[in-house]
Design a protein around this ligand. Sequence first.
Ligand SMILES: Cc1ncc(C[n+]2csc(CCOP(=O)(O)OP(=O)(O)O)c2C)c(N)n1
Ligand SMILES: [Mg+2]
Length: 236
Amino acid sequence: MWRWNFRKLPPRGAWKALFRELAIPANCYRSCRGCKEPAGRLERIELTTLAETRSDIAAQLDPDLRRELLFQMKRIRRVEEQIAARYPEGRMRCPTHLSTGQEAVAAAVGKALRRDDLAVSGHRAHAHYLGKGGDLKAMIAEIYGKVGGCSRGRGGSMHLIDVSVGFEGSTAIVANSIPVGVGMALAAKLKKSGQVSCVFFGDGAVEEGVFYDSVNFAVVKQLPVLFLCENNLYSV
Ligand SMILES: Cc1ncc(C[n+]2csc(CCOP(=O)(O)OP(=O)(O)O)c2C)c(N)n1
Ligand SMILES: [Mg+2]
């Protein structure tokens, strides 16, 4: 199989080969409009990832923690499957971006962070919000543009916020939330609050200059910030 290399353009057919290898239909990963794939096939990937590919790591985890992480991953998957299934009804008031296959990141990081730690994210934020402890009903209400939504129905899927659990917001401008997260880390350091600021971003964000400014500043100031890049090999 073609080994992904960002310096070279992938040959024709490489995308298809990647999806075939992952046993995911090409329209499944990135579709805003819904995944028609039966859950069983996708679940196998999830379980394979946890139990076989990373068996070395999984074996070291406490069984209760493993169950908790798997529950969180499945919860995120189910929620997003429902969003995808209902999106064509046309009642959701915003575009949505799903994180099918990336649930483990949000589940594990959400578990590792303290409730009062801080997090910001980008356009693909459902999982991060839920992993950090955001209110599910408020998220769904937000996507439907309801006033009871976590951003009062004004932000939609890409602008989730729940300060009660330290989820300080998400924005759709690629890399935009990175300096915000670094600023929060600076505030935490100045206040000596002991909080960590987690910045979720995609691999596409490292093409933005502000990413380098932010990392440089964080290193110079020795800030308590976790830069979490989810490299899903896509930036479109
Ligand atoms: C500054 C900026 N440029 C372009 C876009 C259009 N855009 C939306 S999502 C996206 C790709 C982002 O890729 P990545 O950060 O890897 O996140 P992923 O979608 O893979 O989760 C782009 C270019 C944008 N929202 N903001
Ligand atoms: Mg990406």
